[in-house]
Design a protein around this ligand. Sequence first.
Ligand SMILES: NC(=O)c1ccc[n+]([C@@H]2O[C@H](COP(=O)([O-])OP(=O)(O)OC[C@H]3O[C@@H](n4cnc5c(N)ncnc54)[C@H](OP(=O)(O)O)[C@@H]3O)[C@@H](O)[C@H]2O)c1
Length: 291
Amino acid sequence: MILVTAAHGTQARRLIPRLAAAGTPVRGLRRAGDAEEVRALGASEVIVGDAADPEVLARAMRGVTAVYHVGPTAHPCEAEIGVGVVNAAAAAGVGHFVYASVLHARISALYNHRAKLVVEEQLVGAGMPFTILQPADFMETLNYRRAFRDGVFRLIWSLERRQALVSVEDLAAVGARVLTEGETHFGATYELSSAGCWTAHEIAAEIGRLAGREVVAERLDVEAVLGLYGHDEYGEEGERYRRDFFDALIRWYDNHDFVGNPWALRTLLGREPLDLPAFLAARLPALEARP
Ligand SMILES: NC(=O)c1ccc[n+]([C@@H]2O[C@H](COP(=O)([O-])OP(=O)(O)OC[C@H]3O[C@@H](n4cnc5c(N)ncnc54)[C@H](OP(=O)(O)O)[C@@H]3O)[C@@H](O)[C@H]2O)c1
């Protein structure tokens, strides 16, 4: 049994079907949504509960041979949750812990990177076989659908800075391979990036080329992003954290490129990673049908 956390997130929605298709039993853990949505992905068991709760984690680890852990997005307790998941897995004698971290987790100015570095450190010292995956920014979460519809590609940080990207489909393929092959990947850390490094202007131009019309890049106001989060149990503390989180993110990406290298991903996939033009081209029919 493999435990996948953040079981209805961007990564798990692509990983769980791959594991299920290979005949691997999966238990999904999600916070509050519908268990049936995770079952529909192919999970044989689902736990709906807070990964910050040790009792939930102890239950989630029962009979588990491997864990694929994804930390929650822009969450004030991402590091504490990750450390708790690592400790619960080690206590349960889990045989392989795969941690979905982030490319350049060592960038301490970024809250989501800093949190992942804490979890990586705990994992490396936990005495349990582990593999760390460090993906670049996800292609799937770019605002390309709206860009195709409105002719404006919006990004929260500098339109001139370059970012390394990876398709979550490729990340899921690597996750499934690493979980299935196990020991070959014990102790490894893989940086996962496609070829190329893109400014917002270049992404807009690429979408425009496919759409057959001009698409321009425009700066997205942070308030629009913060508005997506609504209220949670962390109340004002959570809102303050997310504001600081995005302020730090914008400050860093305004002043630095986020570069990656495709060699490790190419080797693990045994083929060329999906790059942005191929990713967008594959989605073109869906975008044209439902812009
Ligand atoms: N976006 C990027 O470009 C990028 C790049 C590299 C790394 N990452 C990292 O990837 C991670 C997010 O992965 P994702 O995009 O697959 O997830 P996601 O789409 O943001 O979904 C989050 C999932 O986590 C679950 N969750 C949240 N808080 C939880 C809690 N306290 N206990 C249990 N489950 C909880 C949610 O449950 P419900 O479904 O019930 O709400 C949801 O299923 C983040 O750590 C992010 O930093 C993102």
